[in-house]
Structure formats: structure tokens, C-alpha cells
Ligand binder design. Structure first.
Ligand code: ADP
Ligand code: MG
Length: 743
């Protein structure tokens, strides 16, 4: 003990000497001057005292006032100055990887040290920290995982949970676990940091913890909304006015009502879609008889392009940050900008991208300054919106300079966003949420959720647990099965995740990858009202008596890949009524899922091996069934018609766009489907015909082998599908199944 103590004391002395030397150096002084100019500096003593005297405090202050970079640093500095530097151990969490890295880098620079010395970072699969690291910036996910194996956070003296106002799921989880831990570690200090004034909510959660608000200035940000943007970019205003003819009030009211249940980015695309449908589409289909006339996204991009040109023509310096909803949007816009006469000119525009799945080195590029006279344009997902500071940025937040912000949606929608932003915990589909909670090695999901700041309805939680048991992700005692463990690491709906895993195990990965990506994105088959029949027969050409919309999707996608190789993708989409945009999105999602499954060790590097059985139709059918169960309907044939009955005894009809709606009879006893939609009747969207055997073996908890937990065992069933006669030995199970369905 005392030897260790001595070592730490000596190190603390060294740290103090180095800190003083830096603070007295010219660069150090300049840096200190800058730091003193931040609003948080005035409250430094007040903050340090509050932290010393209370186990928990909540700090609020506007973006840019110096919470993240300064507060943990104040603690570090004062500990070092008092000669206890090597004894403190500070963790500050960030919701996103990129902010954890950027902030650690910034704080190191403010201390005149290389990253990984006193200040380090740790994010999944990456990190820089050393034996001298006393302040660690990490993602909230990293701290959560650490808490699993180290329930008392031994050795940690201070925990900062940042951006708590965003109500990210990991942050909400963290405060549940930390709240439970605090009584066991009375010396541990917890600081919650928020950019908004809703500190009361968190303060109450922690039994009335003190709140401190940092008053501050921010640079003015001028906001422009769609109404203004249309006007200044000279986009056809007449077409927007048409909205009035349709009744603008009414249109936006409907959008608002939808909002609470939808995510922000879904709303954006929803609005874009609505806009392009009601206004631009009618405008463009008359003037340009091209593919884009019924592809709303293109219109959205044209508008962004017009705004960018507008900004680039202006004299003011600064960079442009464009926020889009996902990687596919970013890459489409990139291609479009590159082809543009003004924006595509590398002597005028430096085009960069920023996305969560990009490599770190690539992400760092966005922080570099553009050469003089070159406009930097950064295309980013909204994940970057809140938490990174780019030095010459002016778009969103105005942290460093006054800025301007162009919202490509109307003002009323913007207002509705802020009103209805739900905590992630309440927005996340419950099935995924429950799996996430179980992966924290929590005993009882319901018990855990009851300790949350805000929790979903207990009854719906019970339903989700029941569902997870049914698909074999949880066992009877609510413990994760092997399958459940795998599903909890896949960022996809558990049903679809199961389909992916089964596709991987049964070596028919490629078609399943396409189907799961397609179901996660949207249907690439277009159905323009005026050309319905043509579009449907085009889809049927992909179906070849498969009785499967899912397989039609696989064929259409493969055809598109081929056409792309031959340089005829455009014609291909046009001819077959397919959305190139959607196919592109499916393509990039496929890549992401493929990467994740490889990382999880579920698929091999060898694609031929992964697809050894991809040609086996019955197998692919069965795997589709494994994922979509309990979305099944029995096919009831009448003399002249068919009807469909679901397990809960509901009567369903087929969507007009389904290939199965085109046949007088379907030679399968069952249809499996992904989604039920209630319009006038209950409709099922995409469906696939399956035989009894698929259902018996792969239909959730009714199955034998797929009482998972024994994934390896499943290999034996491959033989089964090679020899369909074997199915007869399962007659008994089949009867059982029928009984169940007749109930
Ligand atoms: P908050 O967490 O309150 O939003 P930060 O601590 O992130 O604020 O930033 C405080 C200030 O530090 C910013 O307003 C900015 O002036 C400066 N800053 C932050 N990050 C950087 C950086 N990477 N480069 C230069 N200055 C930065
Ligand atoms: Mg911050």
C-alpha cells in the first residue's frame, strides 16, 4: 500500500510541475486567456465547491459555454495543483464516438500535451490512453459495459455524464445504474451536464440534487426555413403556392399529428416526401418526363444543391455543414455535388463527409481548415449536429462565429420537432429495448425499467418480453438465449436480426441480406398511380412462380447490380419501375449488416462459403419464415377465391402490389409476411408462400431445432432441407401446429 502511495505521490509532483510549466509558457498563457473567456470560467469556483460538497450535481449551460472541455478539466487541474493529480480518476461520457475523440484531443491541446497522456479517450474498438491518463473521455456505451464487470467503479473518483438533455438510451441506462451504485460509493462524485434548462427533471431523479446554471452568450444564428429558402434560391415558387390551393393548413396539421410517434429524421423525410408529392412532383412530372419525376428524394437533393449554390456565391467566409438523415443520403448527395458545374469544382469547393461508420482518420479530416478561397462543405448525419465544433463552421450552432442555418422544412414543423422529441428509451422499439436491457445482465427487465426516469407502459413491456420468448431470444426465465445474445449486438429489429443469423448459419446469406436490408429500408418497387398495371407486370417478371415478394426483391436487386456493372442501371430502373435511390440505400445497408455480422464472427470472409446453399429455394423460404414468424397467415382456398387467416384469427387481404395478389391460387398452405397495415381492411404487404416444413422447423417457439440456445445443432437441419421427404416424419408436430392455429 504505502509503496504504491509513494509512487503516486511522486507522480503527482511531476504532474504539478509540468502543469505549472505549461501554464507559464507563452502558448500556455494564450490558451489560458482563451479558456478564461468562456462563460464557464466565471463559475469555476462555484462549480468546484458544489462538486466537493455534493455527491450529485446537475449543470446546465448553453452549447459552447465550456461544459465538456472545461468542467472535467477544472477538477483535473485543481487536483493536480493540490498535489493529488495521480489519485484522481475522472470519466466523462459522450453519446457519440466522434465527440469523445474530438473533445479528448481538444483538452489535451489545451493542456499542451499529446493525446493519451493525462487525457485520453476510449470508444468501441479504439482508444488512446496510458498509465498517466487521469481524465478519460469515453462513449456512454463504454462506461455501461465497464459497469457490468465493475459494479462499484473501483478507483474512479468522478463521473461526468454529458449531453444528458438528449435523453439518449445509454445515458438513461447509465443514470439508473449509477443511482443504484451511489450509496455503495459515498466518495464517488457524479456530475450530469445538460445544454438545456430541464435540469429539474434530473435533479428530482437524484433526490433533489443541486443544479447550477452557467449563464452564457452564444453567437447569433440566423435561421431560414423552407419558406425563405425557396424564395432565395429562386426555386419555382409557383409550385409551392400550390400547397395553398390544396390547403396548406391542413397538410401541416396532419404532419404535426404524426409527430410524437415518429423520429425526427423520419419526419424530415416524411415532410420532404409530402412536399415533393404535393408540389414539386406535380410540377416536375409535367415539365421533365424523367425518372426523377416520381422519385421524391431527387427533388429534395435539387433543393439542397440550390441552397449550396446560393451560399457559395455569397461573399462571406466560412464552411457549410449539411445535415442529412443517413449514409445513403450523404453518398447520393455527394455524387450529385461532384457532378455539378460550380459545386463539383475542386478549386472552389472542398467536399467532406462525416458519418458514424466512417474510419476515425477520415472523420478527422472534417476538422481541418480549407485552403483560402475554397469553400468547405461537410455532409454529415444529424448525429454530428449537437456535439462537435468545427472551427470555421457556421451552419448550425454558432459556437465560434455567427452563423446561418437553412432548414429545408417549414417553420411549423421545426417547432413541432422540439415539442415532441421523445427520449430514446421511449422511441426505441420495445423488442430491441428489452434485449439491450438484458445484455446489461439485468435480472428483471420490468424492475430495471421501473427505476428509469421515464419508462414505457408495463403492459407493453410484458408483451415485448412474451414476443422475445416466442422467437427464442429469451428463455422461460427471461434469460438471454445464445440467439438473444447475438440479437442484442445487432442494431436491427430482433426479427430481422434472427433472419440474418439464420441466413448466415444456413449458408444462404446473400439473398437474406438483401431481404433484411430491403425490409429495413423500404420497398424499391414503385407503383405510380397512372401506370399501376405496367409496374405490377414489371414486378411479376422478377417473381418466376416463387410466390414471394421477398424473392422478387432479391432478383430485382441482383439484376440492378448486373445492370450497374454494365452501365445501364438507369435504364434498368426506369424499365422495371424500381427506385434507384432505394436500391442504393439497400446496397449500403447490406454492406453495413455484412460488416457487423463479420465482426460478430457469424459470416466468413469467403462469400462462396456463405452462399453455398443460396440457390436452395426451400431453405431460403424457411429462413424467411424464421425471421417473419409469427407473421403468418393460412391460405384458405375456396372454389373461386382465396382468403387468408392470421394466427389471432384475423382476416387479412393482400396488398395490390404483392405478387401473390396476382395468382388465382397459391400452392402453399401458408404465407409469411413482414407487416400488417390497417387501411380499410387489414392488408399484408410483402409475403412469401411457405410449406408446412418451414413453419414446423423454423416457426419461432413452435419449432423443434430452433428452440435455439443450440445454434450449432441446426447444422443438422441442412440435410433435412436437401431431402424434403424427411418432412413426413414431422406429421405429429404438424398436427399440433394445426390445432394451435385452429384455436
Ligand atoms: P459545451 O460542452 O458547453 O458545449 P465545449 O466545452 O465543447 O462547450 O466548448 C467550449 C468552447 O471551447 C467552444 O465554444 C469553443 O470555443 C472551444 N472549443 C471546443 N472544441 C474546440 C476545438 N476542437 N477547437 C477549438 N476550439 C474548441
Ligand atoms: Mg459539450
Amino acid at each position: 500500500g504505502s509503496v504504491m502511495e509513494k509512487v503516486l505521490q511522486r507522480r503527482s509532483m511531476r504532474m504539478r510541475n509540468m502543469q505549472r510549466a505549461w501554464q507559464e509558457s507563452p502558448e500556455g498563457r494564450t490558451m489560458l486567456e482563451f479558456r478564461k473567456s468562456l462563460p464557464s470560467f466565471k463559475d469555476k469556483e462555484r462549480l468546484l465547491q458544489a462538486i466537493a460538497r455534493n455527491q450529485v450535481i446537475v449543470v446546465s449551460g448553453e452549447t459552447g459555454c465550456g461544459k465538456t472541455t472545461q468542467l472535467p478539466q477544472y477538477i483535473l487541474e485543481s487536483e493536480i495543483e493540490s498535489g493529488r493529480g495521480a489519485f484522481c480518476n475522472i470519466i466523462c461520457t459522450q453519446p457519440r464516438r466522434i465527440s469523445a475523440m474530438a473533445v479528448a484531443e481538444r483538452v489535451s491541446a489545451e493542456r499542451g500535451e499529446p493525446l493519451g497522456e493525462t487525457v485520453g479517450f476510449k470508444v468501441r474498438l479504439e482508444g488512446m490512453r496510458g498509465k498517466n491518463t487521469q481524465l478519460l473521455f469515453c462513449t456512454s456505451g463504454i462506461l455501461l459495459r465497464r459497469l457490468l464487470s465493475d459494479r462499484n467503479l473501483n478507483g474512479i473518483t468522478h463521473v461526468f455524464v454529458d449531453e444528458i438533455h438528449e435523453r439518449g438510451m445509454n445515458e438513461d441506462f447509465l443514470i439508473i445504474v449509477l443511482k443504484e451504485l451511489l450509496p455503495r460509493r459515498p466518495d464517488l462524485r457524479l456530475v450530469l451536464m445538460s445544454a438545456t434548462l430541464n435540469a429539474e427533471l434530473f435533479s428530482n431523479y437524484f433526490g433533489g440534487a443541486p443544479t447550477i446554471h452557467i449563464p452564457g452568450f452564444t453567437h447569433p444564428v440566423k435561421a431560414h426555413f423552407l419558406e425563405d429558402v425557396l424564395e432565395m434560391t429562386g426555386y419555382k415558387l409557383t409550385s409551392f403556392n400550390q400547397v395553398d390551393d390544396y390547403g396548406q393548413e391542413k397538410t401541416w396539421k396532419t404532419q404535426k399529428q404524426l409527430m410524437p410517434r415518429k423520429r425526427k429524421n423520419q419526419i424530415t423525410s416524411l415532410v420532404e416526401e409530402a412536399l415533393s408529392k404535393s408540389t414539386f412532383e406535380s410540377y416536375s412530372s409535367r415539365t421533365r418526363d424523367s425518372l426523377s419525376s416520381w422519385m421524391p428524394d431527387c427533388v429534395g437533393f435539387n433543393l439542397i444543391e440550390a441552397v449550396l449554390c446560393h451560399i457559395c456565391r455569397k461573399e462571406r467566409p466560412g464552411a457549410v455543414l449539411v445535415f442529412l438523415t443517413g449514409w445513403d443520403d450523404i453518398s447520393s448527395l455527394r455524387d450529385q455535388i461532384k457532378a455539378h458545374p460550380l459545386l463539383g469544382d475542386p478549386n472552389r469547393v472542398l467536399l467532406l463527409m462525416c458519418h458514424g461508420s466512417m474510419a476515425t482518420a477520415e472523420q478527422r479530416l472534417i476538422f481541418e481548415r480549407a485552403p483560402p478561397n475554397i469553400r468547405k462543405i461537410v455532409l454529415a448525419t444529424n448525429m454530428a449536429e449537437a456535439s462537435i465544433t468545427i472551427n470555421d463552421r457556421r451552419g448550425r450552432a454558432g459556437r465560434l462565429l455567427p452563423g446561418e442555418c437553412y432548414h429545408l422544412y417549414p417553420k411549423c414543423v421545426y417547432e413541432a420537432f422540439s415539442e415532441y422529441q421523445l427520449p430514446e428509451l421511449l422511441r426505441t422499439p420495445l423488442n430491441s429495448l428489452c434485449l439491450q436491457i438484458k445484455s446489461l445482465q439485468v435480472e428483471s427487465i420490468a424492475g430495471f425499467l421501473s427505476a428509469a426516469l421515464q419508462a414505457p407502459e408495463p403492459l407493453t413491456v410484458q408483451n415485448a418480453i412474451g414476443f422475445l420468448k416466442m422467437i427464442g431470444a429469451l428463455d422461460e426465465k427471461e434469460n438471454l438465449t445464445d440467439l438473444g445474445k447475438l440479437l442484442s449486438i445487432l442494431p436491427v429489429d430482433p426479427k430481422l436480426g434472427k433472419m440474418l443469423i439464420m441466413g448466415a448459419i444456413f449458408h444462404c446469406f446473400d439473398p437474406i441480406l438483401t431481404i433484411v436490408s430491403g425490409l429495413s429500408v423500404r420497398d424499391p418497387f414503385l407503383l405510380p398511380q397512372e401506370k399501376k398495371d405496367l409496374a405490377l407486370s414489371a414486378k411479376l417478371r422478377f417473381s418466376a412462380k416463387d410466390y414471394s415478394d421477398h424473392m422478387a426483391l432479391v432478383r430485382a436487386f441482383e439484376g440492378w447490380k448486373n445492370a450497374e456493372r454494365e452501365g445501364s442501371a438507369y435504364e434498368y430502373c426506369w424499365r422495371n419501375f424500381l427506385s434507384a435511390q432505394t436500391l442504393q440505400a439497400i446496397h449500403s445497408l447490406r454492406k453495413q449488416f455484412n460488416y457487423i455480422l463479420k465482426e460478430a464472427g457469424l459470416v466468413h470472409d469467403d462469400s462462396a462459403l456463405n452462399n453455398k446453399l443460396s440457390h436452395n429455394q426451400s431453405l431460403v423460404r424457411a429462413v424467411i419464415c424464421s425471421g417473419l414468424f409469427p407473421g403468418i397467415a393460412s391460405v384458405v382456398h375456396r372454389e373461386t377465391s382465396m382468403s387468408f387467416k392470421t394466427m389471432d384469427d384475423g382476416q387479412v387481404s393482400l396488398y395490390a402490389n404483392s405478387v401473390n395478389s396476382r395468382f388465382p391460387t397459391i400452392p402453399y398452405p401458408w404465407l409469411v409476411f413482414g407487416e400488417k397495415v390497417k387501411v380499410n381492411a387489414v392488408l399484408i404487404r410483402d409475403s412469401t408462400g411457405v410449406p408446412d416444413s418451414s413453419l414446423i422447423l423454423f416457426g419461432g417457439a413452435l419449432s423443434t431445432g430452433v428452440q435455439v440456445g443450440h445454434l450449432k445443432m441446426l447444422d443438422g437441419y441442412i440435410d433435412f432441407f436437401m431431402d424434403p421427404n424427411l418432412a413426413d416424419s414431422y406429421v405429429k408436430l404438424k398436427e399440433e401446429l394445426n390445432k394451435l392455429l385452429q384455436k
